[in-house]
Design a protein around this ligand. Structure first.
Ligand SMILES: [Zn+2]
Ligand SMILES: [Zn+2]
Length: 378
């Protein structure tokens, strides 16, 4: 009976699947170098589970047809090969098959692990602003997250086309709770296809208060990347991809414009536009304190990099702490946002549910030229 030589492709497959280590249970010896002298070389032996000849160790009628079958071959070190052939009664076919399988599964699991850090669950969030609906393109989102990849083809999609932003605060609240919170919480608790969410990539377009609310629902327990649509460096096209870090302005200016002992605190976030008093005079009670975070020239095109969002987040969180230190936990913070999408989500995300006071988000109505308090965020 002619003994066929094992094709190079099969040997290669065996080397790869075994990671170049002896597949005898518990041995695991690397076979691409000499463990004593450390000189490199091919120290592997390819062993047949069902022997290569009918009369050899573990030989059967099938011996010839299985001579070059991958599933019948094990990569072994010299010592282990001798062991299984010299003491063949101790190493029946089934046992060797299970060792090969275990070894190859283990290598697969262990080498697969680092891939996780390159995976992220997409969260596409779009709520119409007036009669403008901007659905978020899955492909564009995928491209922006590269070199991360989506964990699955679905992700989490929240798309609403008929939200009436002129509705009452009660209706804002109900919409947020039923359409946003319930969905987000369910996904965070149950995962997707029973797979826990380990990382989120958020792509969102919606009225500001809902973005902050979304951030608050997500919180800071899941690591998150927030993206936003912005103008490319060439200023002609739009992109979701963050620009490489260059010297983008990160000088946020925090100030207290008015100090009072009242429990009401206005917090103006003036990044994409200014927030002048004529826009919120209607909101002012007899007395309140007013704080602001702004930049030297507020503009909708300010945000270009992830670092700008991170530094904002830091300044904002610091200010929330200061406000609480000064006004106590029973104060009520009204946020007046003129901010980019990414910062809005972040503003909700860094809220500490039990530690922070009540926080409300206001919506700016261009039509009337003023802010209205619409949604309780915390
Ligand atoms: Zn052999
Ligand atoms: Zn071995």
């Amino acid at each position: 009976m002619a003994r066929k030589s094992i094709p190079e492709a099969i040997k290669l497959q065996l080397w790869v699947k075994s990671a170049g280590r002896c597949e005898f249970k518990g041995c695991n010896t690397p076979v691409w170098y000499n463990g004593l002298t450390l000189s490199e070389g091919n120290f592997a032996q390819v062993a047949h589970i069902i022997g290569s000849s009918k009369d050899g160790p573990r030989g059967t009628e099938q011996s010839e047809e299985l001579q070059i079958e991958f599933s019948n071959l094990m990569l072994l070190c010299q010592r282990c090969h001798k062991e299984i052939d010299d003491h063949k009664e101790n190493y029946p076919t089934e046992l060797l098959r299970s060792w090969k399988q275990e070894h190859e599964n283990r290598i697969e699991i262990q080498t697969n692990y680092p891939e996780d850090i390159h995976k992220s669950t997409l969260l596409l969030f779009s709520v119409n602003i007036g009669d403008r609906t901007v659905p978020i393109n899955y492909e564009a989102a995928r491209n922006a997250m590269f070199p991360k990849f989506p964990t699955d083809s679905k992700g989490i999609k929240i798309e609403e086309k008929h939200f009436d932003r002129l509705c009452t605060p009660e209706e804002w609240q109900r919409f947020a709770e039923t359409r946003i919170r319930s969905k987000v919480t369910r996904h965070l608790e149950e995962g997707i296809d029973d797979e826990k969410i380990k990382h989120l990539s958020i792509f969102a377009i919606s009225p500001m208060p809902l973005l902050m609310y979304l951030g608050r629902c997500i919180g800071d327990t899941v690591p998150t990347d927030i993206y936003q649509s912005h103008r490319n460096i060439d200023n002609t096209s739009k992109t979701w991809s963050w620009q490489e870090e260059a010297n983008y302005d990160v000088n946020y200016l925090t100030s207290c414009e008015q100090e009072d002992t009242s429990d009401i605190v206005l917090l103006k976030l003036a990044i994409s536009d200014t927030v002048n008093s004529d826009k919120y005079n209607n909101l002012l009670p007899n007395s309140c304190s007013i704080y602001q975070i702004t930049i030297s020239e507020p503009s909708p095109h300010f945000i270009k990099s992830k670092t700008q969002v991170e530094i904002f987040s830091y300044e904002y969180r610091k200010l929330l702490n200061q406000i609480q230190a000064k006004h106590g936990k029973n104060c009520q913070i009204l946020i007046l946002p003129a901010i980019p999408v990414s910062i809005a989500v972040e503003c909700g995300r860094v809220i500490l549910p039990t530690k922070d006071p009540e926080i409300y988000a206001c919506e700016y109505y261009k039509e009337q030229g003023d802010f209205q308090k619409v949604l309780k965020i915390n």
